[in-house]
Design a protein around this ligand. Structure first.
Ligand code: NAG
Ligand code: NAG
Ligand code: NAG
Ligand code: NAG
Ligand code: NAG
Length: 392
């Protein structure tokens, strides 16, 4: 009896020990790979990453709290087991844009399954020199500047407790990912910094952006073609250009956008609140469907709700041929606050493929204390509750 009991106890103890060792990742501290405070982190991070990525059990690359410089770096998988990069402190990019390959990313992650970025670091792209060289508002063929982060072909990954600051171009590009979550991810750049979009998503499924604060010079979050099942919750945008689906319909090989929920978000001093924009004058037909925008607060926003199917900055296209992007199943619900223009709602749909199944429910937007109006074209929205009447 005693012997059996002790076998039970010993095996229980063994199981407990085994499970606690499995739960603890193997730590690869960059200080053991030549990393030093106030130094250049590039080589030591590359070496520690390589070692961690080949670890047969879960690993963690640790960059202890300090200040470091970091040159352009690519951290790729596939790795043998889940991998976490815990970076604490402040990381600075080279200020000179010429130290980067043109259209690229400062820190790019690719082809990793079960990746976590954590640690509370601030990544400073030192963009102010680059912003002065940005001529994209003058010429289409403009100088390419680097983004702070690229996440490409990543699965089941989490980016949390991290700040991206003063990126030279977009802050984050998400491409070809499946199941990636940004949580408590802050973005900071001045309102006047050009093309500093917050998070741009393309060709990705199951993307979540939660509990984050995005202050920047361009779109807060933008969804390019092939974005599917995206949710944005408890995000504050502003300054910047708000949350945007598109622009779409410019290129031949675009994929549909399907499934977006924007919930419990606040927009402060942004040019747009929520926007869908498509180019006229293109030939391809693609669809944008199943978008829900609800429980949103607009504070001093220029265009709180806008669908623009005649999007054509700098007259780069012909407005003669209408957009072929079909927008359907879009709901705007419980949206309140203030607009800096009297048109709180602008819904300009395509004459060739009018918007279908667009619902408006309880929209309470004020301009100088009076209710705003709604301008509509090629659309007959279904309205519920208190919503301004559409005028052409
Ligand atoms: C991510 O998932 C897709 C299938 O959904 C798979 O083809 C791809 O190899 C995965 N990538 C990685 C890095 O595991
Ligand atoms: C998404 O990835 C997270 C983190 O790896 C994981 O916990 C979760 O189960 C995944 N969800 C889906 C639907 O695959
Ligand atoms: C919303 O996000 C902020 C961080 O930006 C967080 O402090 C807060 O707890 C979140 N609110 C909810 C209800 O999750
Ligand atoms: C979203 O907002 C609603 C109403 O303002 C609130 O009841 C709910 O708890 C919020 N949800 C989250 C996840 O913040
Ligand atoms: C409201 O937005 C306008 C720009 O559209 C800006 O000039 C003004 O300062 C903002 N007001 C407040 C109170 O932030």
């Amino acid at each position: 009896m005693d012997a059996i009991l002790s076998i039970v106890y010993i095996s229980a103890l063994f199981l407990l020990l085994a499970s606690s060792t499995i739960a603890q990742p193997v730590v690869f501290d960059i200080t053991n790979y030549g990393g030093a405070p106030n130094g250049d982190l590039t080589l030591s991070l590359e070496r520690a990453w390589k070692a961690a990525c080949t670890s047969a059990s879960a690993s963690k690359v640790l960059v202890p709290r300090n200040t470091y410089n970091l040159r352009q770096i690519e951290l790729n998988g596939p790795c043998k087991a889940p991998i976490e990069l815990q970076i604490e402190g402040n990381i600075a990019a080279p200020e000179n844009p010429n130290q980067f390959d043109g259209d690229s990313q400062w820190i790019s992650f690719g082809y990793i399954d079960s990746f976590t970025l954590s640690g509370g670091a601030t990544f400073d792209g030192q963009g102010s020199t680059a912003w002065k060289q940005n001529n994209c508002h003058q010429t289409w063929n403009c100088k390419k500047l680097s983004m702070n982060f690229g996440f490409s072909f990543m699965n089941n990954s989490i980016i949390r407790d991290t700040t991206s600051k003063h990126s030279k171009h977009f802050h984050v590009n998400v491409l070809g990912c499946r199941n990636i979550t940004f949580s408590k991810f802050s973005i900071e750049a001045p309102a006047e910094s050009p093309n500093t979009d917050g998070i741009h998503i393309g060709r990705s499924t199951l993307v979540k952006i939660l509990d984050s604060n995005i202050r920047t010079g361009d779109d807060c979050i933008s969804l390019g073609d092939g974005s599917k099942q995206v949710s944005v919750e408890n995000v504050t945008c502003g300054p910047g250009h708000g949350i945007s689906v598109g622009s779409l319909g410019k290129y031949e090989n675009e994929e549909p956008v399907e499934g977006l929920i924007v919930k419990n978000c606040t927009f402060k001093n942004t040019d747009n609140g929520v926007r869908i924009k498509t180019w006229p004058g293109t030939l391809i037909k693609i669809s944008v469907s199943q978008l829900r925008f609800e429980n949103l607060v607009m504070i001093n926003v220029t265009n709180p709700i806008i669908i623009d199917q005649e999007y054509c900055p700098w007259n780069q296209c012909s407005k003669q041929t209408p957009s072929k992007v079909q927008i359907s199943r879009v709901s705007f619900k419980n949206i309140r606050g203030t607009s800096t223009t009297k048109e709180g709602i602008i819904l300009i749909c395509s004459s060739s493929v009018p918007c279908e199944k667009v619902k408006l429910t309880n929209i309470d937007l004020k301009f100088n204390g009076t209710p705003t109006i709604a301008t509509c074209k090629n659309i007959k929205p279904q309205v519920f509750g208190n919503v301004p009447t559409c005028t052409p």
